[in-house]
Design a binder for this molecule. Structure first.
Ligand code: SF4
Length: 428
């Protein structure tokens, strides 16, 4: 069977797609070559915003038009909440945000027998995390491991709890097994990810926490550095930072979910911290991981947000001095409490506030890159061109240096200059 698989959304969706591809390849199926028509298309959808729902529908339509005879399979968060809409687009196999292996079984069955199927489960009835094979992010250097799924924080703008369901964590022994396997396969970096990893272990019998699983993975992988996916600031404590720093293996880059720099707006979002708490997390990370890369997510134009609230947010992001930011104008999501809140901001206001934040972000990002000059950064080299090798520093910046056979090696580089988004340096 020749297949095409397309993914929208977060690292967890990307992880689940690589796992589905692993299942397909293990069964002898091949990815359709460019321009070649496919026997089956799989679209792994996203529903985090109304816009991502629109893009999911658009992608299904396009791939179906380009492969008119193919079995059409759709899964992910959008089909979890809108299975009827997906059916109307002509999908033969419709799954939600779970049961990835069963989806591949169903695609094979539909290809062989023409029999479609629909399996949309009840997210809050899910009890156990589906164990999926860990896999490569880029080449054979960086790999990803999903250690957690689900979220019960119910932020008022977010649909994820309704698609991903209750908390499920990968038991520590399984995380250690997968990590050791990746280490043995020669990977040099592992990204531990999930939907809301700060809640790792809350569903497991002996209630291990995120620091427990990170420390255990570090011990299981002597040759790999550890990078973390997006974090809720609530998990950043003195003990958490001390234990992670003591592993000596952490990438000094932390992506925190901020969303607003105004306490009144954070409350309306049902976020679990205020700006004082968030800032103490920033200070702790800088204490234990000096010169770390600190990035965040920010939503602008949340319902009820005033000009004064926006100014508070702009002041706060400058106080935190992020190395980079992901800025999103608030996008209404039917089915979330925020969607029916009064005082919805206009598109123009949301975009204007996003531009204001973006300008500050670009200045802070530039300052961060400039501050790297003279520093020595450990870089995991991944690609090469014209005698130069490029890779990611542990602080998650691209670094370029002259050298030979550096691919897959983590080496210290003294930074000498900044060239756009890339740091230039010399091997130590
Ligand atoms: S923490 Fe909030 S924003 Fe993140 S997935 Fe959970 S509900 Fe959504």
């Amino acid at each position: 069977m020749r297949y095409i698989i397309a993914t929208l959304g977060c690292k967890v969706n990307q992880y689940e797609t690589q796992a589905m591809e692993t299942f397909l390849r293990e069964r002898g199926h091949v990815h359709a070559a460019a321009g070649e028509s496919a026997d089956a298309i799989i679209v792994n959808t996203c529903a985090v915003t109304a816009e991502s729902g629109r893009k999911s529908r658009q992608l299904i339509r396009r791939l179906k038009d380009e492969n008119p005879d193919a079995v059409v399979a759709v899964c992910g968060c959008y089909s979890q909440i809108e299975p009827e809409a997906v059916k109307e687009l002509g999908a033969d196999v419709i799954f939600g945000a779970n049961n990835r292996k069963a989806l591949v079984d169903a695609v094979e069955k539909a290809y062989l027998s023409g029999e479609g199927c629909r399996d949309i489960d009840e997210p809050f009835k899910r009890r156990v995390l589906e164990k999926l094979p860990a896999g490569a992010v880029s080449g054979r250097t960086r790999a990803m491991l999903k250690i957690q799924d689900g979220c019960v924080n119910f932020c008022t703008y977010c649909i994820i709890p309704y698609t991903r369901g209750r908390l499920r964590s990968l038991p520590i022994e399984d995380a250690v097994y997968e990590t050791a396997k990746l280490n043995a396969e020669g990977f040099k970096e592992i990204i531990l990810t999930g939907i809301e990893v700060a809640s790792y272990g809350a569903d497991l019998p002996d209630k291990p926490n995120l620091a427990d699983v990170i420390v255990a993975c570090a011990e299981a992988a002597p040759d790999m550095r550890i990078r973390l996916g997006s974090l809720e600031p609530t998990v950043i404590t003195e003990d958490f930072c001390r234990r992670l720093a003591a592993t000596g293996r952490m990438c000094r880059h932390f992506h925190l979910s901020l969303q607003s720099g105004c306490d009144r707006t954070l409350k309306a979002m049902n976020r679990k911290y205020d700006t004082a708490h968030f800032y103490s997390a920033v200070e702790l990370l800088r204490k234990y991981f000096p010169n770390c890369g600190l990035t965040c997510d920010l939503i602008t134009g949340f319902p009820g947000e005033t000009d004064a609230d926006q100014l508070e947010t702009l002041d706060f992001i400058q106080k935190c001095a992020f190395s980079d930011m992901h800025i999103f104008p608030y996008s209404r999501r039917p089915g979330t409490p925020a969607d029916s809140m009064p005082d919805q901001c206009t598109r123009a206001v949301k975009d204007a506030r996003a531009h204001e934040a973006q300008r500050i972000c670009e200045r802070m990002h530039r300052e961060f890159l400039d501050s790297c000059i003279g520093q020595t950064l450990p870089v995991l080299f991944e690609t090469s061109e014209d005698g130069y090798f490029t890779g990611h520093s542990d602080t998650y910046v691209l670094v370029k240096a002259k050298g030979e056979a550096l691919r897959g090696k983590t080496l210290d580089v003294r930074i000498t200059a900044v060239d756009g988004e890339i740091l230039l340096g010399e091997l130590i």
